[in-house]
Design a protein around this ligand. Sequence first.
Ligand code: 4EH
Length: 230
Amino acid sequence: MKIAIMGAMPEEIAPILKKLGTYKTTKYADNEYYESTYNGVEVVVAYSKIGKVFSTLTVSTMIQYFKCDTLLFSGVAGGINPDLKIGDLIVATKLAQHDLDITAFGHPMGFVPGGSVFVEADKDLIALSKEVASELGKTVQEGVIATGDQFVHDSKVKDNIVKHFNADALEMEGASVAVVCKSLEVPFFILRAISDTADTDASFSFDEFMESSAIISAEFIMKMVDKIVR
Ligand code: 4EH
């Protein structure tokens, strides 16, 4: 077993690297990958840089070059579902690309031929996250995550994403990671802690809470790793 743990921004993986302590740094495809052994299991950690393209490159590298067979994503997200407050965790049940639009040809938003609007995350990993949550006495909401190449800071944009995808949270990497993992048949799990609510003051909320929310997500991910490696 070899576990990939990825984030998009340095702050999203910093708490994970801290927990691993020592690791080997390898440069590949204009990025850095951190290899370590955690309780006898090999792990590869990286932050992809922001957006669908960079996250696609990183997840492909982790699977095809580093030979990871399970992928965990940890990071922050903008909340849509009003039940989600700053610092709350959301586990993606399925993900969609909210900015993928060939509706001009009669296709639904998020759909292209050969693909599907939604990609479902691994059910066993989701079940494992529920066990971890109950052991920690935490509530972890499950829901739909919408991904696109934009930092959303507008209620109208948010409403439109709800209309098309009934999404609970949004970010900029999850669905691209999901597409790659599904295509390469690697089970994946995407966890996000809320940093803002994607409306007009989103950038201010993000700056204030991204670091603390990133830690909340990373700590939960490492509890999952503890359970996976046992
Ligand atoms: O990796 C990007 C980061 C924002 S862009 C997506 N991440 C954070 C999740 C996220 C998000 N995505 C879209 C949190 N809130 C979001 C939102 N819309 N409202 C960034 C942030 N800081 C510096 C540079 N880029």
